[in-house]
Design a protein around this ligand. Sequence first.
Ligand code: ZN
Length: 198
Amino acid sequence: MEYIADAIKIAIEEFAKLPGIGRKTAQRLVFFLIKRKPEELEALAQAIRSLKDRVRYCSVCYNLTETDPCGICSHPGRDARMICVVEEPNDVVAIEKTHEFKGVYHVLGGALSPLEGIGPDDLRIKELLQRLQGNVEEVIIATNANAEGEATAVYLSKLIKPMGIRITRIAHGVPVGGDLEFTDEVTLARALTGRTEM
Ligand code: ZN
């Protein structure tokens, strides 16, 4: 690619690292950006920089937030006795969109996956158990409906059941193998209300 300026080459390489962006798309994005006004590019650069400067994990639920504790954990209208366990911050967004859930969350940071070498210590399971020492009545497991999500749900259920806390799993209106974040709001709301005991 000697015929492409270095700065462009570097930008293409960076874009190509993003999920779902192949080399061709990366190239298209870069050539699109180069035609924009400097202030538009600066706004984009600033938005990217702010991700690391301003966003951090909530020290209670591990959702992404600019304030600690996050807006959900510190909201007086949310019921802290009900904890919905999800894999990623994306999943919190998906469930919040349903307006169906008035409890709080716990973001594990992934799911158990022996194949990828992700074990219990790599997820925020210890932190979840710690939270359960407080006044918690129900834990709703809303991990994804794939093999890893199911394994995680079963693992958590075995840990939590002996503590005498109600543990439920969201119903499988969520398509099998489906990621929560790609499930439509109506289906997800139904999955929440139709949750079953584990
Ligand atoms: Zn929080």
